[in-house]
Ligand binder design. Structure first.
Ligand SMILES: NC(=O)c1ccc[n+]([C@@H]2O[C@H](COP(=O)([O-])OP(=O)(O)OC[C@H]3O[C@@H](n4cnc5c(N)ncnc54)[C@H](OP(=O)(O)O)[C@@H]3O)[C@@H](O)[C@H]2O)c1
Length: 163
């Protein structure tokens, strides 16, 4: 099963210059709690934007560069979506963690969407694809007001695909 997890602004921006545009520790905590123990699928640019390899999570990295190598047991490189999909196991939950290119490719296959929606617009160079809300229903939406360390009001949302 594929799930996607993303933090986006009101205008669907997710990043700029291969980095995030905000610092929200409670979102990072939610990301860790949800993905912990699960394999994560990401594009090469997102992989390179991580501060380090995240523990207890296998990193499945997409790149077209056939010479791309990462010497770490926690990382597997895939050169196409077909190759990646052929290696997925039915009984596992895989988290698609970005970035823009990979969300666009894999969102149509995702069953669950974990969104952190920041209640303001940002300027950036990478966006999350438009969502067809006719295909999704909201399971949970929790409003988080500005608090110490988390200055930006946001919502934690869980969406499931309608069948
Ligand atoms: N807010 C969030 O939740 C969130 C989450 C993740 C990332 N981000 C942000 O998103 C931005 C990065 O996103 P991005 O769209 O620029 O890059 P990306 O999706 O992370 O990675 C793109 C790369 O993936 C590889 N790729 C794409 N399609 C492929 C395919 N069909 N087969 C094999 N490889 C393929 C290519 O790597 P090669 O060039 O090596 O061939 C491509 O350059 C950053 O700003 C990051 O901070 C935000």
């Amino acid at each position: 099963m594929l799930s996607a997890i993303v933090a986006l602004s009101k205008n669907h921006v997710i990043g700029k210059d291969n980095r995030l545009l905000w610092h929200l520790p409670d979102d990072l905590r939610r990301f860790r709690d949800l993905t912990f123990g699960h394999p994560m699928i990401m594009g090469r640019k997102t992989f390179e934007s991580l501060p380090h390899i995240l523990n207890e999570r296998h990193h499945m990295v997409l790149t077209r560069d056939t010479k791309y190598v990462v010497e770490d047991k926690q990382v597997t490189i895939f050169s196409s979506i077909g190759e990646l999909l052929a290696n997925l196991e039915c009984d596992k939950e895989y988290f698609v963690i970005g970035g823009g290119e990979i969300y666009t490719l894999l969102l149509p296959l995702c069953e669950t969407l974990y969104i952190t929606k920041i209640n303001q617009d940002f300027e950036g160079d990478t966006r999350f694809p438009e969502l067809d809300f006719a295909q999704w229903y909201t399971v949970e939406s929790i409003e988080v007001l500005s608090n110490v360390g988390n200055e930006l009001p946001h919502h934690f949302m869980t969406l499931k695909r309608l069948h």
